[in-house]
Unconditional design. Sequence first.
Length: 372
Amino acid sequence: MADHYEVLGVSRDASQDDIKKAYRRLARQLHPDVNPGDDAAERFKLVTHAYDVLSDAEQRRRYDMGDSGGFGGGGAAGFGGFGDIFDTFFGGGGGGGARTRPRSRAERGQDALVRVTLDLGEVVFGAHRDLEVDTAVICETCEGGCCQPGTSPVTCDICHGSGHVQRTVRSLIGNVVTNQPCATCQGHGTTIPYPCATCQGQGRVRARRTVSVDIPAGVETGLRLQLPGSGEVGPAGGPNGDLYLEVTVEPHDIFSRDGDDLLATLDVSMTDAILGTTTTIDALDGPVDLELRAGVQAGDVLTIKGRGITPLRGHQRGDLRVGVHVVTPTRLDHKERALIEEFAKKTKAPAPHLAEFQQGLFAKLRDRFRNG
């Protein structure tokens, strides 16, 4: 049997591109529809088989190691070209089955991922973002057609528009005719003689575009939002993929989040804790009046209904829960100390003594926050 490299006219160290180009050139010359001679038909079979072997990395490796490279790749592993035979008998060969239709150039574009950072205030009600995305967009020159304006794809002169070519494979049961994707047009059924100069025949180019996004309330770090059809446009103007937004919420200096509730700690002076007071605190969405009853204790939790976060799926906002931290003065002048001592005498406060173990303030606040 003739050497496959000699049949294709390439060197033994030829690249896959060189092998493909050599096959295309010879196929155009020897295809039976172009050159009906018997000699041309035989040479076409040899060229096609040589390409089948050398275009497959594993078959080429075995051939270079001394395998005969017979039809189907030779040797026990590839004997008889069973894959092609199965294609023939189970829908892949001849007769206009699904695999014999030309392959569309237009394909779905890839999905894209964009990361967006929000502050906690934007999580309460949601946010709007105009995002700059570097992605593939449809080529304005050819409008996704891949051809230079004024030109169009032409029917492949090898497969005549079917996208496939018939090949005869010798097997244990005799000669079997199979359909294979046309190597000249890559199965599309057409070729593009004059590709668009802007997109090099891809039908799309890289560009920056703006995507306007309304981010719902209640999102949290790690959540991904899907925007169908906002990803990359596909080759040849194919449908867009999807765009995914991955959310990161920045930590807040004062407020933290517990589900749909907001948590904060309020520093209260000893006198305000004893006498009670009314104060105004700044919540994430505006001021809130807060009343402290007389005798409020460190670790008490005050709940302000409906001033938390709007849930991702729902409308009832969570609560703002404020833990009380009583601040004990550390520096007193003589007059202040005298007043405190007089107060202590009148209240007859008990002397320090052992009592049931009490966990720390922040641990108590954490448990009270969680337990409501």
